[in-house]
Design a protein around this ligand. Structure first.
Ligand code: NDP
Length: 446
């Protein structure tokens, strides 16, 4: 199987595809490694995760280059993401002995709870943030004492393979972290079906998430699903319009729009619509699209020709703005702004490319109604200088992650995950530890 650089369409690696036999072997290795890993003193598990964090820092530039060549994302983004990966392992190194049980007052004795690891967990990761999303799952899974089999997306396996080597170099015992490269329909499906896999941590499309959930029922596997999104960026007329317009394009065109958190519906209050649209076009025109290995590049190509075709199908007629993109080899697509209604396909489906729908609204009530008029509920932003309104609207929007006067979704310390068909379960922060452990209750008669 050839791994391709999406900016050049040239192969950068050739790997053998694993099948069901290799997947079963990886699960068996993880199962064999589990008793010793769970029994390790928490401080020692933490120390190993800390060492992994430090190795990620030491190899930061190498990992960032791998990610940029394999995903096509700008090198400055990859450097930031690798920095986050190190921070994630530092965080969970420190969290190992801070996620603990309770004692509960009962009659006739003492009652206490323990947090027990689940066993072997299967981690299924998409191609848009391969290293980052791997770490979001590995950190809490390992901290809780589970062993893992990680399946990166077929298109982007390289950084996960390097990370597994670094885990070994950090002293994490063999068998604790396994990476299996192969097709989702083969390796991923086998992990979901495997009776010795206790839980699946999945990030990807809502469609595959649905099938994972269905298949997991056969073995009553736990699942965490981080799925698609169609998030709203709600800009009120009383906002700092310059700041909102400067930030909005990056919230859609970052990672070339291949981001489940993309705020791809820009909802603008009618009173500020014309002015904001002008500002938005100016800001979008300023985005530097080109060679992802250049330090100053802000947007690279899409992941594949197939993805480019899918994205193109969302743009018909004359968009209000279409940027420049290189002609040559590479899966390029220009930054595109379209005026739309919330009922249009571009406002209903996840585009997963650099296409933003700009949609007018007429006041707070309509803004909330439109923001919620989607089957998804992952992230979103609200721009207003009225603090009470910001809070009011934030409470009324049904999504897992929101920001006021900012476009951030993801922080190492805070919970990340969806409402509605964006999935369930939380990644990052202390919340992620809930998804990788079970509560055991013990009563001792006195
Ligand atoms: P998928 O949901 O198909 O892939 C996500 C992961 O699941 C990959 O590792 C994939 O493996 C694996 N997978 C695929 N089929 C199965 C299966 N039957 N059982 C278990 N695992 C499986 O997303 P795509 O990468 O194909 O992207 C399609 C669309 O999904 C995008 O255009 C976008 O709209 C959305 N998407 C959303 C993401 C998000 O973060 N919310 C992330 C990625 C995509 P492999 O790729 O090797 O086949």
């Amino acid at each position: 199987m050839l791994v391709v650089n999406p900016a050049t369409e040239q192969p950068i690696a050739e790997l053998e595809q694993a099948g069901i036999g290799e997947t079963d072997a990886a699960v068996a290795r993880a199962k064999a490694a589990f008793p010793a890993w769970r029994a390790l003193a928490p401080g020692d598990r933490g120390r190993l995760l800390r060492r992994l964090a430090m190795l990620v820092e030491e190899h930061g530039e190498e990992l960032a280059r791998i990610e940029t060549r394999n995903v096509g994302k700008p090198i400055s983004d990859s450097r930031g993401e690798v920095g986050m990966v190190a921070d994630v392992f530092h965080f969970y190194a420190g969290a190992v002995d801070k996620h603990h049980g309770e004692t509960i007052p009962v009659a006739g004795g003492v009652d206490m709870t323990f947090r027990e690891p689940l066993g072997v967990v299967g981690l299924i990761v998409p191609w848009n943030f391969p290293l980052n999303i791997s770490s979001w799952k590995l950190g809490p899974a390992l901290a809780c004492g589970n062993t893992v089999v990680l399946k990166p997306a077929e298109l982007t396996p390289l950084s996960a393979l390097r990370l597994a080597e670094l885990a070994l170099a950090a002293g994490i015992p063999e068998g604790v972290v396994n990476v299996v490269v192969g097709k989702g329909s083969v390796v991923g499906q086998r992990l979901v079906d495997h009776p010795d896999v206790a839980k699946i941590g999945f990030t990807g499309s809502t469609e595959v998430g649905r099938s994972v959930m269905r298949a997991a029922a056969a073995t009553i596997k736990r699942v965490t699903l981080e799925l698609g999104g169609k998030s709203a960026n709600v800009i009120f007329a009383d906002a700092d319009l310059e700041a909102a317009a400067a930030a909005a394009p990056y919230a859609v065109f970052g990672n070339a729009g291949q981001d489940c958190c993309a705020r791809s519906r820009i909802l603008v209050e009618r009173a500020a619509y014309d002015r904001l649209l002008d500002l938005l076009v100016d800001a979008t025109r300023g985005i530097k699209v080109g060679d992802p290995e250049e330090d100053s590049t802000e947007m690279g190509p899409l992941i594949s020709a197939e993805q480019r075709e899918k994205v193109a199908s969302f743009v018909d007629g004359d968009p209000v703005f279409r940027g420049d993109a290189p002609n040559g080899p590479g899966f390029w697509f220009p930054c595109t702004l379209v005026e739309a209604s919330n009922d249009d396909r571009v406002a209903r489906e996840e585009v997963f490319g650099p296409v933003a729908a700009v949609i007018p609204f007429a006041g707070e009530e309509e803004a909330i109604r439109l923001a919620n008029d989607t089957p998804y509920g992952l992230s979103g932003s609200i721009w207003t200088e009225n603090g009470a309104r910001g809070l009011r609207v934030a409470r009324a929007i049904d999504t897992g992650v929101l920001s006021i006067n900012a476009n951030t979704s993801v922080r190492v310390q805070t919970p990340f995950g969806g409402f509605k068909q964006s999935g369930f379960g939380r990644e990052l922060g202390m919340h992620a530890l809930e998804g990788y452990s079970d509560v055991k209750n013990l009563f001792i008669a006195t």
